[in-house]
Design a protein. Structure first.
Ligand code: DHB
Length: 485
């Protein structure tokens, strides 16, 4: 069999957009794989992983675009020559979305040369990426493509606006479940993992399992009839709660200039106040008898439970000289008896403001979020009351019901607020303290809501880490082992 020829033909077919009516069989064929190997740099050193690769499996029976709506499965079979039994291994669901952009599953023929270069990985002492670490740890790795706001058909229509990405990812989960028993791995132990927009989608998968709000969307897209609930969700720097994120950003960064100058104080104040109302209405309860996590008490909560412990750990791990140097360059922090003290506002100043005003539903609509909420004929649309008021020059209007519903379908906090039951049991939430892509309240509200619902939530901030920081890749691997034992 000439594999290269068959692969070429598949690429040629795959590079066209399938008409939506094309019917695809969703039954997984366990015998159709290639055997590949990869060197993985793990915390315990380099290991040689041999795995079975199932590539480009369409996960919907009525495809809009097979280049995006298909997935890869990698099943480790040998690590350093030692055989593994992975029939029942947990499944690492590897969400590669960034910026709410689409993720191709089939390499773009125009970029093929670059792609093949990427396969020859340079030798490096840095740890390999999370998915490869999971593979080396014996997990089955599933990497789905999905649609995003940038997908545009030849006729100019957009076909990946919200909620397309979450519909596709749910369909991919359903595909795995539908093939339970045929597919390698334990479909009752699916762990979704992503960063930023991918972290947000991981959180959404973890909070909206089997929600009836997606039933008709999934049915018309041709998703398999199966559950889309997941076991665990890992979210790094999730850019989520989008319709409340502008106010949250002002709550944190209003006093600071953007890289382009100061912000309009009146608009900032209006948004900050709206966020305060929202925060108080969330009705969250802090840890260990802290009581209500309302807006006035938020800085204390962040300081006590997240920022101070993160800074303490960071400084503890430095040697005496490094610590003194860090403290000299950061005189707003003092270190006494092995603990830091600093003012919350000084911390925020240290982080600095990155985005303009509004940070997400920006008036010129150049941020990813208005683009995400466009529709088939509009590249971008406002999705907040302030945005539509600005656009229509009318201070009394609100986003329409259709837009409200779309924002809900993209928001894990919405599913938590309506007490949806299909929640993942285990959560791994991570962010950098220096991330200024969104307010720290966004992930901490997610963590607190989940804790209030009795879920097992492991949350940590990496001191001075930026967006998608991960100072502890092995921590995720150990956590996944622990929760699936
Ligand atoms: C991402 C970053 C952003 O600042 C944002 O607004 C949306 C997505 C990202 O990195 O995925």
């Amino acid at each position: 069999m000439n594999c290269r020829w068959i692969a070429g033909l598949f690429m040629a077919l795959a590079s066209c957009t399938n008409p939506p009516s094309e019917k695809v069989v969703l039954t997984f064929d366990p015998d159709h794989f290639t055997t590949e190997s990869r060197m993985v740099n793990t915390a315990a050193g380099k290991v040689d992983v041999e795995f079975h690769a199932y590539r480009h499996l369409p996960y919907l029976s009525r495809l809009t675009d097979v280049n995006y709506q298909s997935l890869d499965i990698e099943v480790p079979v040998r690590v350093n020559g030692k055989e593994l039994t992975t029939g029942d291994a947990p499944i690492f669901f590897n969400i590669k979305v960034g910026g709410y952009l689409s993720v191709r599953n089939i390499p773009d023929p125009n970029l093929m040369a670059e792609d093949s270069q990427e396969k020859v990985r340079p030798a490096s002492d840095a740890l390999s990426d999370r998915a490869d670490l999971a593979l080396a740890a014996g997990l089955v790795v599933v990497t789905p493509g999905c649609r995003g706001w940038d997908n545009q058909a030849p006729d100019g229509n957009y076909y990946g606006k919200a909620p397309a990405a979450i519909v596709d990812l749910k369909a991919a989960i359903r595909y795995l479940r539908f093939n339970q028993g045929r597919i390698p791995g334990n479909t009752d132990q699916i762990i979704t993992v992503g960063c930023s927009a991918g972290g947000a989608l991981s959180a959404l998968l973890g909070t909206s399992g089997d929600s009836p709000l997606f039933t008709s969307l999934l049915k018309s897209a041709g998703a398999a009839e199966a559950s889309d609930q997941v076991f665990a969700s890992a979210c790094y720097s999730p850019i989520t709660d989008l319709e409340n994120a502008d106010g949250a950003y002002e709550w944190m960064f209003a006093d600071l200039p953007t890289p382009y100058g100061p912000v309009d104080y009146g608009v900032s104040l209006e948004m900050r106040e709206a966020f305060g109302v929202y925060q108080n209405e969330l009705g969250l309860t802090g840890r260990e008898g802290f009581g209500p996590l309302n807006i006035d008490r938020y800085p204390n909560y962040l300081m006590h439970y997240y920022l101070v412990p993160a800074a303490n750990q960071f400084l503890e791990e430095l040697n005496e000289d490094q610590r003194q140097e860090y403290l000299t360059t950061n005189p707003w922090i003092s270190w006494n008896e092995r603990t830091v003290s600093f003012a919350f506002r000084d911390y925020v100043k240290h982080v600095g403001r990155m985005k303009g005003l509004p940070a997400f539903d920006d008036f010129p609509m150049v941020q990813p979020e208005p683009k995400l909420f466009g529709d088939s004929t509009h590249p971008a649309r406002h999705f907040t009351d302030l945005g539509v008021r600005f656009e229509m020059n009318n201070p009394n209007i609100h986003v329409d019901g259709e837009m409200l519903q779309r924002t809900h379908l993209m928001n894990p906090m919405y599913f938590l607020q309506i007490h949806h039951k299909g929640l993942a049991e285990y959560w791994w939430l991570r962010n950098g303290t220096k991330d200024n892509h969104t307010s720290q309240t966004v992930m901490i509200n997610l963590a607190t809501s989940l804790e209030n619902r009795g879920k097992k939530v492991n949350t940590w901030l990496f001191w001075d880490g930026g967006h998608c920081a991960d100072d502890d890749p092995d921590g995720l691997i150990q956590w996944m082992k622990m929760i699936t034992e």
